[in-house]
Design a protein around this ligand. Structure first.
Ligand SMILES: [Zn+2]
Length: 112
């Protein structure tokens, strides 16, 4: 499975195409069954805006947003969609680590 197909699989799984024209979901499904490379250029162009998305970034316990603007695509996009579905927000790997670090800080503060 290519990186695009992994990302499209998650987008389909989490219903991200429900707001779109049904042909968009149809193209995504075709990519899943026949391979992303079987799509025509115009079909790929329709999907392209769904295949990159900016990280939301994380806010530290002091209320400071880290301003992350990482653009996620492929497998990184698929992973971020998983995190979003768990309620962790649409964030990149590095923000995920940062967010866990914040969590540790909170736990420590609350334990003191
Ligand atoms: Zn990030």
């Amino acid at each position: 499975m290519t990186a695009e197909e992994k990302a499209l699989g998650k987008l389909l799984e989490y219903g991200h195409f429900h707001q779109e024209d049904s042909k968009v979901e149809g193209i995504a499904k075709r990519a899943m069954s026949h391979g992303y490379d079987s799509l025509t250029q115009p079909q790929k162009a329709v999907l392209s805006k769904h295949l990159t998305r900016d990280c939301e970034g994380v806010t530290d316990p002091g209320g400071h947003h880290n301003g992350c603007q990482a653009e996620l695509e492929g497998e990184a996009l698929a992973e971020a969609l998983d995190r979003e579905s768990y309620g962790d927000g649409f964030i990149c790997d590095s923000c995920d680590q940062e967010s866990h670090e914040h969590q540790r800080q909170w736990d420590k503060m609350n334990a003191e």
